[in-house]
Write a protein of this length. Structure first.
Length: 356
């Protein structure tokens, strides 16, 4: 179990909290919850993207293997419930709203409800730890569009900062990975190799943001916490889409496993560091495809859980909220980069090929 960094004392909790904000909006990706939702959901996800129809139908089959139900909405509900408890502990009284980019409850409908309820200024917790167009800037655009649709009564909404190098996020990931390491140690005596995985994005998108650098930093910090040498871990990718001829971040997790055949790799942990919950891309791409690829090569395979509702992760989210409610509250980070900015500059994470 990794050591715990210090948290604000109980006497600090609830002090000097500003009345500037009157609601918290949780913004998530969203996912289908039954078979008939799958194709409309994927059409929302892929709108405006050059993804072949065959690829859309292939991904749909992944959802059908789980009867069309993605765990993502369930995971978001669980996180909101845990967050409500932690907010209450910290005497933070903010009503919580939830809106998704791609499926019910839709973000635009939620913001209309906030306007109807008289919310004037809200904080947005976007469930994405890293900066990229699809992981940060696009959510800001979604919020702006939804507010415009809601009209003059729409609330002003500001996004909480990215948290890839927050000690609470690192600690939660390290604890999840340690649990997987303990489980694997009962099956094999050799030290496992750790493949940290993240969603691949087009290289054209990666070239205009810090996604790769931030991911590498989180991997490094988690590895240092658990004293995993650099020779025993690597950042790899999964879940790519788009046209086959377009370059995306590599290596893919399955290609990576195949490449290790000659190195006598005996055990492997896939740690989905780029994801916050055990949703469908984790369940299918890792628990099924990557596991089968490893087992076919005689490699013992375990997939670590994501942070989900880990207590340290939930506490960290409340810290991010407190930072914006109280300007004297410390902004924590570890590693080389310092705390991420509160307000994204105009040239941060633009769409591929676009600059303001």
């Amino acid at each position: 179990m990794p050591s715990k960094p210090g948290h604000p004392s109980d006497s600090e909790k609830g002090k000097n909290l500003s009345n500037t904000f009157d609601a918290l909006l949780v913004v998530a990706f969203g996912g289908p919850e039954k078979r008939e939702d799958v194709i409309p959901f994927l059409e929302n996800v892929l709108r405006g993207r050059n993804v072949p129809e065959a690829r859309k139908l292939e991904v749909a089959e992944h959802y059908y293997r789980f009867d069309g139900r993605s765990p993502l909405n369930h995971c978001t509900r669980a996180l909101i419930a845990a967050l409500e408890v932690e907010l209450k502990k910290n005497r933070i009284e903010l009503p919580l709203y939830w809106g998704n980019r791609n499926w019910k409850p839709f973000l635009n409908e939620t913001i209309r409800q906030m306007a109807h309820d008289g919310v004037r200024n809200a904080l947005a917790l976007v469930l994405s730890a890293y900066g990229s167009y699809s992981g940060c800037r696009q959510y800001l655009e979604n919020i702006e569009t939804a507010c415009h649709e809601a009209g003059s009564s729409a609330p002003a909404i500001v996004k909480l900062r990215l948290f890839y190098n927050h000690p609470g996020f690192v600690l939660a990931n390290a604890d999840r990975l340690q649990t997987a390491m303990n489980e694997l140690s009962s099956k094999t005596a050799t030290a496992p190799f750790v493949a940290f995985t993240a969603h691949s994005i087009p290289k054209s998108m990666a070239n205009s943001c810090d996604y790769e650098r931030q991911l590498h930093e989180t991997c490094r910090l988690v590895s240092e916490e658990l004293e995993i040498p650099e020779s025993r871990w690597e950042l790899v990718y999964q879940s790519r889409s788009g046209r086959p001829q377009d370059p995306w971040l590599e290596p893919d997790i399955c290609d990576f496993i195949r490449s290790k055949k000659k190195e006598k790799l005996e055990s492997l942990i896939a740690m989905p560091i780029g994801f916050l919950s055990d949703h469908l891309e984790v369940l299918y791409d890792l628990d099924e495809e990557a596991r089968l690829t490893a087992e076919n090569r005689g490699i013992s395979f375990i997939r670590s859980r994501t942070v989900g509702t880990h207590p340290e992760f939930v506490k960290m989210l409340v810290e991010l909220i407190r930072e914006r409610l109280d300007e004297t509250f410390p902004k924590r980070s570890i590693g080389n980069n310092g705390p991420h900015h509160d307000t994204c500059p105009n040239d941060c994470c633009p769409a591929p090929g676009k600059r303001p």
